[in-house]
Design a protein. Structure first.
Length: 231
């Protein structure tokens, strides 16, 4: 006799947690994620279907294979993975488990997922992240990103947290985890669906890029044009 495991029929899709590296397409028009272990070579979008990383034609997840998306039940267990040196720049994802899934003691292996929230850790200097900047590695056609404050961008390719959410689409929420506090810019009010923290991060990012541009002009011996100069 073949042992058949009980089938679950939940009223709502299960929720899980995982870590991943944020990715930006080479042309800067798309955003996504890539895993930290099995399947890390294949970037995926906010809403995505799993496939067998070994190229086999069976549907993921297959009981005799380890293909499919992976996540854990407990948020704390996923956060613990961020403590390792190789995962410090990864982000924490809250996902909805969709389609077929296999339940394990600590989590799920499943066929389809929707990323609901991405929590970005602090910059390497300890300051709350204002952007995601080029991490110095990537995949063909994709740049890996890492959390960065406005002061540490130094001209690297970057996108603000709100900008990453817009590029990723599917109503993704991107939030910054706690770090060293950064005072918000006075006078900013919520607009276009963004609150004061998001707008403050956008303003800090723009200021950092302006500071870098002015520093490059000074290094090259150039001088910014004076709008009040008389002809």
């Amino acid at each position: 006799m073949r042992l058949r495991l009980p089938e679950e029929r939940p009223t709502e899709p299960p929720t899980g947690y995982k870590i991943a590296h944020p990715m930006l397409s080479q042309d800067g028009t798309r955003a996504g994620f890539t895993g930290v272990s099995l399947g890390g070579a294949l970037p995926y979008g906010v809403l995505a279907d799993a496939s067998c990383v070994y190229g086999l034609r069976h549907r993921a997840p297959n009981r005799r294979c380890d293909c499919g998306f992976h996540c854990v039940h407990d948020r704390t267990a996923a956060e613990a993975l961020l403590c390792t040196a190789e995962h410090r720049a990864a982000v924490l994802l809250e996902v909805t488990v969709l389609g077929r899934y296999l339940r394990f003691e600590r989590g799920f292996r499943y066929a389809r997922q929707r990323v609901r929230t991405a929590t970005v850790g602090p910059c390497a200097c300890g300051t709350v992240a204002a952007a995601l900047a080029d991490a110095g590695w990537g995949r063909p056609g994709w740049r890996a990103l890492a959390p960065s404050c406005a002061g540490c961008l130094r001209g690297r390719t970057s996108v603000s947290l709100a900008g990453f959410a817009r590029l990723a689409g599917e109503r993704l929420r991107v939030v910054a985890a706690k770090g060293v506090s950064v005072a918000p810019v006075a006078g900013l009010a919520a607009a276009d669906g963004l609150g004061v923290p998001e707008l403050a991060a956008e303003a800090a990012l723009l200021q950092a890029r302006l500071d870098w541009f002015q520093a490059q002009l000074a290094r090259l011996g150039g001088r910014a044009p004076d709008s009040g100069e008389k002809g």
